[in-house]
Write a protein that binds this ligand. Structure first.
Ligand code: NAP
Length: 226
């Protein structure tokens, strides 16, 4: 399908190289004004040079050097971008693969840093650009993910829809606040689809008897009639 993003502004994080740069080039080719964010100003310059070689006018290119791990810097960058107008397309592409290596010895500070870049920053940028998208009744937010989510290094357990205080709390929330979740959680409860904590725990214990790891264990596929 041919795409035409003329008149749209796209903010691409991690646009100094790699996948983010390629996405920025593609969006610019499709007519978008592109806002390129990364820490390394020299690499943003290189992306801009590539855009210029393709004939993208300077007026459709903005560079925003910023460290997404730094809340103050991130907020400053978001404010600077929005001061020039609405963001129609946000591509949360910047990420770190650190900390890599054995879980033993991983410093919590490194985990915190990874969450800041990979989770907090995309959520914060999304919250910042959403009001403009809602006003325009159009917007796109893309979070670049990874195949690793389907094959995690450690065991991930999905406990199912379980009848606990957490579920009750969600059901009691104002529908204005939680939107479609309110209807879904109340429907699940009314239809009696929730399982007991004991059912969920029994399924986990059945999995633990085996040797597998690096998998997503789902209560619905557990090898027990619990
Ligand atoms: N390559 C793959 O095979 C692969 C596979 C699955 C998923 N992905 C995902 O695809 C996305 C792009 O990966 P890539 O391979 O293109 O990586 P890359 O070549 O390392 O590029 C990462 C980009 O993110 C920026 N960045 C990193 N930390 C940042 C920070 N704190 N603040 C601002 N910008 C930051 C980097 O610029 P600076 O260092 O200058 O800040 C760079 O522009 C990531 O989300 C990655 O997880 C990649």
């Amino acid at each position: 399908m041919a795409t035409d993003f003329a008149g749209k502004t796209a903010l691409i994080t991690g646009a100094g190289r790699g996948i983010g740069r390629a996405i920025a080039l593609g969006l610019a080719d499709a007519g978008a004004r592109v806002v390129l964010l990364a820490r390394t100003a020299g690499q943003l310059d290189e992306t801009r040079a590539l855009l210029r070689e393709r004939g993208v006018p300077l007026g459709r290119i903005s560079l925003v050097p910023a460290d997404l791990a730094d809340e103050e810097d991130r907020d400053r960058a978001a404010a600077a971008v929005l001061a020039t107008g609405r963001v129609d397309i946000l591509v949360n592409n910047a990420a770190t693969v650190e900390p890599l290596g054995p879980t033993i010895g991983i410093a919590s500070a490194d985990v915190r840093l990874a969450f800041e870049i990979n989770v907090v920053a995309p959520a914060a940028l999304t919250a910042a650009v959403l009001p403009g998208m809602l006003d325009a009744v159009w917007g796109r937010v893309v979070n670049i993910s990874s195949g690793i989510v389907a094959a995690p290094a450690g065991m991930v357990y999905r406990p199912g829809g379980v009848d606990t205080a957490m579920q009750a709390w969600i059901r009691q929330q104002d529908p204005e606040r939680i939107g479609a979740l309110h209807e879904r959680f109340n429907r699940n409860f009314a239809e009696g689809t929730l399982i007991t904590p004991e059912h969920s725990a029994a399924a986990l214990l059945a999995h633990l008897a085996g040797d597998d790891t690096g998998a997503i264990w789902d209560v619905s596929t557990a090898p027990v009639g619990a």
